[in-house]
Design a protein around this ligand. Sequence first.
Ligand SMILES: C[S@@+](CC[C@H](N)C(=O)[O-])C[C@H]1O[C@@H](n2cnc3c(N)ncnc32)[C@H](O)[C@@H]1O
Length: 302
Amino acid sequence: MGKDSSHGRSQSLIEQEHSIQNLRSYITVKLQQSGIADSDIETDIIIMEALNLNRVELASSTKLIIPQSQLDTIESILNRRVQREPLSYILGNQPFYGLDFSINSHTLIPRPETELLVEEILNFTENIRSLSVADIGTGSGVIAVSLAIMRPDYGFYAVDISETAIAVAHQNANKHKVSHQITFEVGDLFASTTEQFDIIASNLPYIPTDRISKLEKELSWEPIQALDGGLDGTQVISKLLEKSTLHVKRNSTIFLEIDNSHANTLINLAKRIYPLSKITLKQDLQGFDRILIIEPFDATPT
Ligand SMILES: C[S@@+](CC[C@H](N)C(=O)[O-])C[C@H]1O[C@@H](n2cnc3c(N)ncnc32)[C@H](O)[C@@H]1O
């Protein structure tokens, strides 16, 4: 099943009886040769996608006559993946909070850490009805859309500086039937709204500019404005905090996804902007500070 590109398709995947095991080894070896770490997991995803199998069908399949068209699909996925294009972009979707989201190279690939942000907001708003929520830097819309599904009586404002990202977010809201709850806007942070919100949720870029070129190859496929947090990585989030003063109410809460190393800088800034604030930090599964929760006027009774 080996392929030497100089010999063309004859040494590629050709229609014959393939065992799933052989197909697996062929794909895994190709991925490993390109330095891809989770080659086993990705191999199964590629086979399921190309052969249109679910996990149970994959586990129970042994020998298959695989049509050439499906083998060509595998080759074409592999050809892109070995260039280190993320599998999520090749397949055009990514799971988030148990939901399927469309994504493309104009949107960040949603990360599991951001599910924690959604989880924290859901915990915080349990039993509270009819809130207004801003999702600043919505990307593919994962935060606003997941929350809208879970909180059908809430209204959302979702903004992104990238028009193409907003188009994808819109598509995801339609797909999950929550577009009536969300107002989408293209803009720089709060520049396109005068509204005040009960909840401000945001996962803005937080990688320092000079670290971006040193990151793993897959990240070079993601949009730069979704990654680049400026000189020390806190510039965009700091600007959001400064601009937020015109968009909070007395009982508002701000939820920010942050990099572990920025916690002190951002806490100090939040305290300077909101001297009466109550500030809470939540850790991710690795124990890193990940979610910064700011209640600007600490409404908690003492
Ligand atoms: C880290 S990505 C997060 C996307 C999405 N919220 C998620 O969690 O998957 C940051 C997003 O913020 C957007 N962004 C960056 N600077 C912005 C700004 N000044 N105003 C609005 N959006 C901005 C980027 O285009 C990108 O979509």
